[in-house]
Design a protein around this ligand. Sequence first.
Ligand code: IMP
Ligand code: MG
Length: 178
Amino acid sequence: MEPSRLEVLITADTIARRVAELGRQIDADYPPAEHLLLVGVLKGAWIFLADLARAIPRSVSVDFLSTSSYGKERTSSGEVKLVRDLDESIEGKHVLLVEDIVDTGITLSYLMRVLGQRQPASLRIATFLDKPSRRKEAVEIAYRGFEVPDKFVVGYGLDFASRYRNLKDLCALRDGHV
Ligand code: IMP
Ligand code: MG
């Protein structure tokens, strides 16, 4: 894993405590006994979603979608497309959109628009990370794990060139923003 390239920003223990808190907060915010649908944005959100789902002490179901931005740049090019849609209808459901990181905000503002048109009972965002310094489009974040500085981060689901997703700690790549 070339550990010398990696600088630990948030340890696995700190992440676990924060995710447990988020789970309790989410459970407290929704009407008791309402079923919650967690929608994970693949692939980055898979580990956060797996932990968050188990931290919410009520009935939840999960579904997934994935997006891609046109172009090959490291950051969102500004145009997003849905490359994998949900299996089920979200009409009338309480939907919590679960994402790894809000960077420019372009992906999530697109998804909020698309999913918002499908008449969910409610639609909110839970993101593991927030990098507000790079925001281009405003998004309302209901649940945020941590704010991170403008560094390229990997681990706990987040990748660089498809690698590092399985790191337990959240790390920054030392050679800066790639
Ligand atoms: P946005 O549309 O710019 O908000 O970008 C969202 C997507 O870019 C995230 O879901 C991530 O997949 C990816 N991304 C943005 N910043 C990072 C990072 O620091 N590490 C890994 N992936 C990132
Ligand atoms: Mg992503």
